[in-house]
Write a protein that binds this ligand. Structure first.
Ligand SMILES: [Mg+2]
Length: 319
């Protein structure tokens, strides 16, 4: 009797253990499938945003936060930037400049010349909504690092005889000195002009503002051979140049005028209001201003998607 009871107990334990192992394997399998499905979706999402098929997005989808983080700091972003710059260099090598000092090239600033990646680490790489006050504090520090491949391109452009114009949506009064200092600090010397958004362009969309600046350059006699930026609003509109090159940026979206209902009640596009607190929601514009709770430094303990832990204080901007 006792032996029978022992046999029954052993059989029961074996049964329970086998179920536990099977359950664990199924769980791992399902988890892997979930990760794989999420990764597939996020690749599709990123492609759609980079090709401007998805626009007007406000934050990175929560299931793609780790995907974007891995993309930005895991090497793929650097590789993509290098490949694009290689293509630009090939294009430049084919050009024959006039030598009259009117061959021009346009570069955007944020996420083109300068990287705000350290700031966005504290904003979950675009997972958090736009925080104008925090970005302002970051940008005024003037410590955004250079994007090395673009600095190499910039130097080649200058050495080749191009007049390089740096055009940014940053507000001139607020960010002028800090931006110039930051660019110099990171090795950008010899550009023809740094153009920031002056009072006259406040309230205009990024696309309209930058088109207007380019129009004035063309009226001055410049030939725009190339135009490089991380936002479609850098590259759409008028006088865009002979060729445009879109750099990757899955962390944030700056609207142009093509974003459907991007008009406020007074009929003016309000892209520039992002500088003072406007936010984009859904497919249209909703102008809101930050309350006290969303301003100031926001210290954030970030996830650890790639095994890098960090705590950072930081920004997100307009441009
Ligand atoms: Mg930019």
């Amino acid at each position: 009797m006792c032996r029978h009871a022992m046999d029954t107990l052993v059989f029961f334990l074996i049964f329970v253990m086998s179920k536990m192992v099977l359950s664990t394997n199924l769980s791992r399998h399902n988890g892997g499938q979930l990760v794989e499905l999420s990764s597939i979706y996020c690749l599709s999402w990123k492609l759609a945003t980079e090709t401007n098929n998805i626009h007007g997005w406000r934050t990175v989808p929560i299931q793609c936060l780790c995907h974007v983080e891995a993309y930005m700091i895991g090497g793929q972003y650097d590789s993509d930037m290098k490949l694009i710059v290689d293509e630009i260099n090939s294009y430049i090598d084919e050009l024959v400049l006039s030598g009259d000092g009117k061959d021009a090239w346009i570069l955007d600033v944020d996420e083109t010349c300068l990287s705000n990646l350290y700031y966005f680490k504290g904003k979950r790489f675009g997972g958090d909504p736009y925080d104008p006050q925090a970005f302002k504090e970051w940008a005024l520090r003037g410590i955004s690092p250079v994007i090395p491949s673009i600095l190499g391109l910039f130097r080649k452009l200058v050495e080749s005889g191009f007049k390089v114009f740096l055009i940014t949506g940053r507000d001139e009064t607020t960010f002028g000195q800090a931006t110039l200092h930051n660019l110099h600090l990171q090795g950008f010397f010899g550009f023809q002009r740094l153009i920031l958004r002056s009072e006259a362009y406040r309230g205009q969309s990024s696309m309209v503002y930058k088109s207007e600046i380019r129009r004035k350059l063309v009226e001055e006699g410049y030939r725009i051979w190339g135009n490089v930026g991380d936002q479609w609003s850098d590259l759409h509109g008028q006088f865009v140049g002979n060729r445009t090159f879109k750099l990757p940026n899955p962390m944030y979206f700056v609207p142009g005028l093509t974003e459907g209902n991007c008009r406020s009640g007074d009929g003016e596009a309000k892209e520039a209001d992002r500088d003072s607190g406007a936010k984009l929601e859904g497919s249209g514009w909703i102008i809101r201003f930050s309350d006290g709770g969303s301003t100031g430094h926001s210290q954030h303990q970030s996830r650890d998607c790639l095994g890098f832990g960090f705590t950072s204080v930081s920004p997100r901007s307009t441009f």
